[in-house]
Design a protein around this ligand. Structure first.
Ligand SMILES: [Zn+2]
Length: 654
């Protein structure tokens, strides 16, 4: 089977997509197929600009299926009129799986930092705790605007899995969770801060989470006082300082707070003036803590200088000195997980107990293993790319996208000619750093980039673009055959990503692609790892370590590049699509794949593959028939020696 979807993410790591994990789309498949909805023609209104604010639409304006198709295949975000009425009958969103729904809508703001946790994990945990959760990459003021619209994806055609982008009338929210771990991330704009202040004044709950950031020398991040997150906190009389304290195994930023703030755990708080970091004091008061649950879960004391709450207008604000405090991962101890759950639950309780829940439908936007639920509000359209970004996005990153992404796109398209997709590429630039995702399981496809660095953006873009490209089709315009090194898979994406890296970083030009000679560090003779048995499987991960199979693949490809130049790769894919065109679902054996590659290069690659340790049934491919011709192949004279420099030249087919 072809992989329908790749989701990968490297949370706050350097841009190294080898590290990115590959997961399948179990969740979305189950969720949405169970709730398979009758396809229908909603009253869909096409919005030909960006924001829906200025459009006044009437119910009689209906779009046909053709018009809707025309919209998403040309990069338009659709506006759904009469949204609420439609929601009550034929929902455009699956129901959020909220356990014992309390009726409170929680907005998870990702416009100032997007992470694996806020994108996928936190919404799920909130749902399990009885809250509805909507993640958002759009600037907060646009999402809170009572007359505004949010860009979401709607379940338009669940049979063919067509979920176009649509403008959806903004929801009402009870609580906003916002956070930032680094001053380098995207700023809180004045408009956003004003909107959040208004939101709390009118009776909403707000969680602001930060860290203790130390200035790393003169070139380091700005002092915490200049930190945009602190600009938001300052409005409420708070500040995340650069000092920290460890309580319950968590390194909390010590917060400087005005006197309106108190502990979230009344009765356990240390007095405002007493911000002693002395652990003896915390331990001394522990025994008198009136909250046995907290003590049991290891929270001990959480003084108000690490976790605090205040009233503000008719609402409340919580400040939390560590944004990981409420996070939990599979590796955590049971005690740590219980603490994370208890903290999240406590914060949610204190911010909702005084509020009347928004209530209403549970058919709300949600992430479908990709981005969203709410996508950035601004857009640009160039080189068949639809680019979504938020108003607080960094100008230098926008410049990279607009100037250099088209160059990277043209570069890959030349080196891997493929049938163009009918639709443009939807590219979503998110806040923060560390990875990306690609959605191929439903249409239109989307590509998310999370990077604070221009080179990182180009690198992830190259990777995600290659994931969408099969290489040259056969003479019927089709692709065929399923290779054991997955077509459009991780090695493939990483290979072209490496060439894009070299395009923008000249110091990589004299190095092998993806510095694949690093294979010799773990396979010194280059013949110990057998890719035919050890490829993207658990045995491989256990024996060699995650991603090492890709490095060896790149080494092999670089050796072939060395001898034949880079045209062999698209030729190989063309041979595959041509040779298997009568049996397009055929799963090739390793022998069959090496045959395809040998035809493409015009020499017998079997001896080389055997030299690098691959188990093959044939030792030699002296002759093979292709397109009715018998081809005689000499042994490719390739030895297992260090590979040469990345090959960047244009490819020539035929
Ligand atoms: Zn990938």
């Amino acid at each position: 089977m072809l992989k329908n979807m790749a989701v990968h993410f490297g949370y706050r790591s350097a841009i190294n997509l080898q590290e990115l994990k590959l997961t399948t789309s179990k969740k979305s498949c189950q969720l949405y197929e169970m709730k398979r909805l009758i396809p229908f023609l909603a009253i869909l209104m096409l919005l030909c600009g960006c924001q829906g604010k200025n459009l006044k639409l009437s119910n009689s304006e209906k779009l046909t299926t053709e018009q809707i198709t025309a919209a998403w295949t040309s990069g338009k975000t659709i506006r759904v009129d009469n949204f609420k009425e439609k929601l009550s009958t034929r929902p455009l969103f699956a129901e959020q799986p909220v356990v014992a729904d309390k009726g409170y809508n929680v907005l998870i703001d990702m416009a100032h930092e997007c992470s694996f946790v806020t994108l996928w994990d936190l919404p799920e945990r909130l749902n399990k705790s009885g809250y509805r959760a909507i993640g958002s990459h759009a600037t907060v003021n646009t999402v809170l605007d009572s007359k505004g619209f949010s860009r979401v994806r709607v379940l338009y055609d669940t049979v063919n899995k067509i979920y176009p982008f649509a403008w959806w009338p903004n929801a009402k929210y009870d609580v906003i969770i916002t956070e930032q771990s680094t001053p380098k991330a995207q700023d809180y704009t004045d408009a956003e801060i004003a909107a959040m202040v208004q939101f709390v004044r009118k009776g909403g709950g707000l969680i602001i989470q930060g860290y203790a950031i130390r200035r790393a020398g003169p070139a380091g991040p700005p002092d915490n006082g200049e930190w945009s997150l602190n600009k938001l906190a300052a409005v409420f009389g708070g500040k995340f300082t650069d000092q920290d304290t460890t309580i319950s195994g968590i390194r909390w930023a010590k917060m400087k707070l005005s006197e309106e703030w108190s502990s979230v755990y009344p009765g356990t708080s240390v007095k405002p003036e007493n911000t002693s970091p002395n652990p003896l004091i915390a331990r001394a008061t522990e025994s008198t803590s009136p909250n046995p649950l907290l003590r049991k879960e290891g929270a001990r004391e959480l003084p108000r200088n690490v976790l605090a709450i205040r009233k503000f207008g008719r609402g409340r604000v919580v400040m939390c000195g560590n944004l990981s405090a409420i996070r939990r991962s599979g590796k955590d101890s049971e005690e740590r997980k219980a603490l994370a759950d208890s903290l999240l639950s406590k914060m949610m309780t204190v911010l909702t107990e005084f509020q009347k829940p928004v209530g209403g439908t549970l058919h709300l936007p949600q992430t479908m293993e990709g981005g969203g639920a709410i996508y950035p509000e601004l857009e640009d359209n160039f080189s068949n790319i639809v680019f979504y970004y938020a108003a607080n996005q960094k100008p230098e990153l926008l410049k990279t996208v607009k100037d250099d992404v088209p160059k990277a796109q043209a570069f890959i398209q030349q080196r891997l000619p493929s049938t163009p997709t009918a639709e443009p590429m939807y590219l979503i630039l998110c806040a923060g750093g560390g990875g990306g995702w690609a959605v191929n399981i439903y249409k239109p496809k989307e590509n998310g980039i999370i990077s604070l660095d221009g080179h990182g953006i180009l690198s992830i873009f190259g990777h995600e673009l290659a994931h969408t490209m099969f290489g040259p089709a056969n003479d019927e315009g089709k692709i065929a055959g399923i290779a054991p090194i997955p077509d459009r898979g991780e090695a493939h994406a990483g290979w072209f990503q490496g060439k894009v890296n070299a395009l923008f970083k000249p110091d990589l030009l004299d190095k092998a692609n993806r510095e694949c000679n690093s294979m010799f560090a773990y396979d010194p003779k280059g013949n110990a790892m057998d890719l035919a048995t050890c490829y993207e499987n658990e045995a491989m991960n256990q024996k060699w370590g995650y991603g090492k199979d890709w490095i060896k693949t790149w080494y092999i490809w670089q050796k072939i590049d060395d001898r034949y130049g880079p045209s062999w790769y698209p030729k190989w894919k063309w041979v595959q699509h041509t040779r298997w065109k009568d049996d397009p679902e055929h799963h090739l054996t390793w022998d069959e794949m090496v045959e395809d590659m040998s035809i493409a290069v015009g020499e017998d690659l079997f001896p080389f593959f055997i030299k690098v340790g691959t188990t093959l049934n044939k030792k030699r491919l002296e002759q093979i028939e292709f397109q009715g011709n018998k081809i005689t192949l000499r042994v490719a004279p390739i030895d297992v020696t260090p590979a040469g420099a990345v090959r960047m030249e244009e490819v020539v087919l035929r």
